[in-house]
Design a protein around this ligand. Structure first.
Ligand SMILES: NC(=O)c1ccc[n+]([C@@H]2O[C@H](COP(=O)([O-])OP(=O)(O)OC[C@H]3O[C@@H](n4cnc5c(N)ncnc54)[C@H](OP(=O)(O)O)[C@@H]3O)[C@@H](O)[C@H]2O)c1
Length: 383
């Protein structure tokens, strides 16, 4: 049995024991080997064709996701939705598919079964709700919305229209994260006390670009701080056998630039099980981006926690420090991160689920709530 398959099986089983996920599938009757689970799912559902994806937005991550779809075992790009037909046609030169000159037209395309939403943050909620109303399954880029209230409205739309919805925290779909959860469960570093998570980069200064423009939902907390809160909450939960924990305390500070959004920010989180997290994020600051988990008997370092292996298939590692010489825990994948994400979504849909055990809705809401608290601490407007 492939190692990460078993791990993911355990992680899925643990997550589905959470009452928040509604009717659990009979996981014990599912084959644990995830390599073969896609064909198993296909058999289960008589899926004769691949999941037909449509894109809402044609920017940087839309390209990355379209590349991922080429590698995926379950999905293919059916249609491109852009605010302009010319942009869609330009995108189709690299990724051939039907082109639509508006997001409305993409959503009206009857062959599109699932959409990937990759607009700037302020438009996520609007297009996710419209997609749910159009009966499309949804993979929406992070953060799901600008704030918790908007996220609730999106989830309500997915629930009401019985469509699948997942916030695109792609790192949660990678076996490295499953391996990390397995590692935490087996307590090689004793009792976890502190988590340090960073995600920050220095983008060339442009006040109009989505990273700094307040009207487009800019700011480092929303763009990359959301990963740090997501990971810290995941680890703090896993330490007590839960799918996630929300922090009791969120204390933060940040630098608000002339555009009115945070260019870089830090926060400390305190969880009910005594775990503390120190997190830092930014779009105008270069940091070493990693996650360290410190326990009573050692520590774990995840050197590449987010866009693992630059989205490509191959190897990644977790380092376990119990003495001076770290032990390397190596993880191998046959597909890249975004192919794994697309396949994960297809698998959940084929199983008839509306939410994923990798990023359940309550987890998304808890993350949005934490981001709201962090942004309030730094003095940012939450709209
Ligand atoms: N998961 C990941 O690894 C990852 C990585 C990077 C970014 N992201 C997320 O993906 C989303 C997009 O990021 P990106 O880096 O791809 O952004 P980007 O390159 O700026 O692309 C955003 C796209 O959104 C569309 N759009 C709709 N309304 C817009 C507006 N008012 N102004 C500008 N563009 C608008 C545009 O497509 P059309 O012109 O075709 O309509 C544009 O190409 C964000 O939510 C971000 O957080 C995720």
């Amino acid at each position: 049995m492939n190692l990460w398959a078993g791990v993911l099986g355990i992680a899925l089983a643990r997550r589905f024991s959470d009452p928040g996920l509604g009717k659990p599938p009979r996981l014990h009757s599912l084959p644990i080997d995830i390599q073969s689970s896609y064909s198993f799912v296909a058999l289960l559902t008589n899926m004769s064709t691949k999941l037909q994806w449509g894109l809402i937005g044609t920017g940087g991550i839309a390209r990355t996701f379209a590349r991922g779809l080429r590698e995926s075992q379950t999905g293919e790009l059916a249609a491109i939705g852009s605010r302009s037909k010319e942009t869609a046609l330009e995108f189709a030169k690299d990724f051939p598919a039907r082109c639509h000159g508006s997001y409305e037209a993409l959503l009206a395309d009857p062959q599109v079964q699932a959409v990937h939403i990759s607009t700037p943050h302020m438009a996520h909620a609007k297009w996710a709700i419209r997609a749910a109303e159009a009966g499309k399954h949804i993979l929406c880029e992070k953060p799901l919305a600008m704030n918790e209230e908007e996220a609730l409205a999106v989830i309500e739309a997915a629930r009401h229209n019985k469509v699948f919805l997942m916030e695109a925290f792609m790192y949660r779909c990678h076996p490295q994260t499953a391996k990390l959860l397995e590692c935490i469960a087996s307590q090689p570093i004793g009792e976890i006390k502190l988590i340090r998570a960073t995600f920050s980069f220095s983008f060339p200064y442009d006040p109009q670009c989505r990273l700094l423009n307040a009207e487009l939902g800019g700011g480092g907390i929303l763009d990359v701080g959301c990963y740090c809160t997501s990971m810290s909450r995941l680890i703090a939960g896993a330490a007590t056998g839960k799918p996630f924990l929300n922090p009791l305390e969120v204390k933060g500070s940040g630098h608000i630039g002339v555009t009115g959004v945070d260019e870089y920010a830090i926060a400390s989180l305190k969880f009910s099980n005594g775990i503390l997290a120190q997190i830092a994020a930014g779009v105008q600051l270069d940091l070493e981006n990693n996650v360290r988990i410190v326990g009573s008997e050692g520590s774990l370092l995840i050197p590449d926690p987010w866009a693992i292996n630059r989205g490509k298939a191959g190897f990644s590692k977790i380092l376990l420090f119990k003495s001076h010489i770290p032990e390397e825990i190596v993880i191998e994948t046959d597909r890249g991160l975004y192919a794994l994400e697309a396949d994960h979504v297809a698998e959940q849909i084929a199983l008839g689920r509306t939410q994923s055990p990798a990023v359940p809705w309550d987890d998304t809401l808890g993350n949005m709530q934490t981001l709201d608290r962090w942004r309030a601490e730094v003095g940012e407007k939450l709209t």
